[in-house]
Design a protein around this ligand. Structure first.
Ligand SMILES: [Zn+2]
Length: 414
């Protein structure tokens, strides 16, 4: 039933992009709020339909339904509140009222408008406990929730000044409409999505291969989450270029593999984030989504397989989860082996991200069976080219990195 269904979530792709003319005076008279990068990238996500069927930031009825029942008020599955927060001071300063249209700026340029339908207060601790399963501030998603300002603004968003996506990301950035067109051109009707925020080692490579077999898919769509970073993460440039190297170096044939990016600040909401990832990839045109161990988890807040079980409660989500155990190196099998098949668990050597990172730090290539030499060399290059000497996020990367997107100047007023 789900196979071959490329219908977006909610049945229709949201498209709310109306580029502004440089001589348009109307927008210059609007009340204006500069927005941080999280909100800017969510405006882009909403307007191009990555978050279909959302058309804007959520009204209270939607947040309530998401928080309590993992549904929108309309009944469609949804797991993470997408909200616009603003302080009471700013609301007072702007004399902002329901019915107003706000101009949202980013990088000192107009970006989008927000039709303010509702201004409401929300119990942030309750939201955090329901969405993240904890009220612990050490959880990065909970901490983010607690920093939201006093009021949420709900209403439709229209992108009026589409940002440019900068190199090296631009080759991997597609709107849902564009991506669906690419999939159709290639004749891919069964596509399995692979979520990542890592440079791939053999464990990741085999997760993708296993999911391709399990789904009997035409192709794998790697969709790398590009967004807010924490020190020690891989730098975004290395992640997307390394994923693409698996194709360029032939570990995946040209006609079965495609790398792409999603601008999104990870919430680390474990099972609920798995559901969110599934919905976004459904909107991109994928029919299947791979979920491995501890998907979108952090620390030990979630059972490693909670993200597998949550889909049992959501038979109507419209994308098929492909759940998988781990791949490891097995000296008895003499190769990369699957947890579900290999009978030598006592001799397994885990393909740990920590080990791969260590090899990059000391600069010694690990065995090609565990980490592809082309990927290794590319990541070293990225360290010099983009990472100020490191493939991992450092304070200087956070401060000086090239932005993923640039909001272009609108030009002088007419
Ligand atoms: Zn074995």
């Amino acid at each position: 039933m789900v196979d071959n269904t490329l219908s977006p979530h909610g049945g229709k792709l949201t498209e709310r992009v109306t580029p502004l003319q440089a001589d348009d005076q109307r927008v210059r008279e609007l009340k204006t709020i500069p927005v941080r990068s999280q909100i800017a990238s969510e405006c882009v996500g909403i307007s191009y339909g990555f978050f279909s069927p959302l058309e804007g930031f959520m009204l209270k009825a939607d947040v309530d339904a998401v928080v309590e029942d993992m549904r929108l008020a309309s009944g469609y599955v949804w797991s993470i509140p997408i909200v616009f927060d603003l302080s009471l001071e700013e609301i007072t300063r702007l004399s902002l009222r329901e019915g107003d249209t706000l101009l949202l700026t980013h990088q000192d340029q107009p970006l989008a408008t927000l039709d303010v339908e509702e201004i409401y207060a929300y119990d942030k601790e309750h939201l955090a406990r329901q969405v993240y399963g904890t009220g612990d501030e050490n959880h990065p998603g909970v901490r983010r929730t607690y920093t939201y300002k006093d009021r949420f603004l709900g209403g439709k968003v229209t992108l009026i000044n589409p940002p440019h996506v900068n190199p090296p990301y631009e080759k991997f950035w597609y709107t849902p409409r564009e991506l669906r067109e690419r999939l159709a051109e290639r004749g891919w009707t069964k596509v399995v999505a692979f979520q990542t925020r890592n440079v791939p080692h053999a464990g990741h490579e085999w997760l993708m291969k296993g999911a391709w077999f399990a789904a009997n898919a035409d192709a794998i769509l790697v969709n790398a989450v590009i967004g807010e970073k924490r020190t020690g993460d891989y730098i975004d440039e290395a992640i997307i270029l390394a994923q693409d190297m698996l194709r360029a170096a032939g570990y995946f044939k040209e006609n079965v593999y495609m790398a792409s990016i999603l601008q999104w600040d990870m919430r680390y909401a474990g099972p609920r984030e798995a559901v969110f990832h599934a919905i976004v990839r459904k909107n991109l045109g994928c029919t299947h989504h791979m979920f491995g161990r501890d998907h979108a988890g952090v620390g030990s807040y979630y059972d490693p397989y909670a993200a597998h079980r949550i889909f049992d409660e959501l038979p109507d989500i419209g994308i098929k989860p492909v759940v998988t155990l781990e791949w490891w190196y097995c000296p008895a099998c003499e190769g990369i082996a699957y947890e579900g098949l290999c009978g030598h668990a006592d001799r397994k050597q885990e393909l740990s991200g920590t080990f791969m990172r260590r090899t990059l730090e000391i600069g010694v290539r690990p065995p090609p069976l565990t980490f592809r030499p082309e990927v290794f060399d590319l990541v070293k290059e990225c360290a010099d080219k983009y990472g100020f000497g490191s493939p991992f996020v450092t304070e200087s990367y956070l401060k000086n990195r090239n932005p993923v997107m640039t909001v272009p100047p609108l030009g002088p007023a007419g």
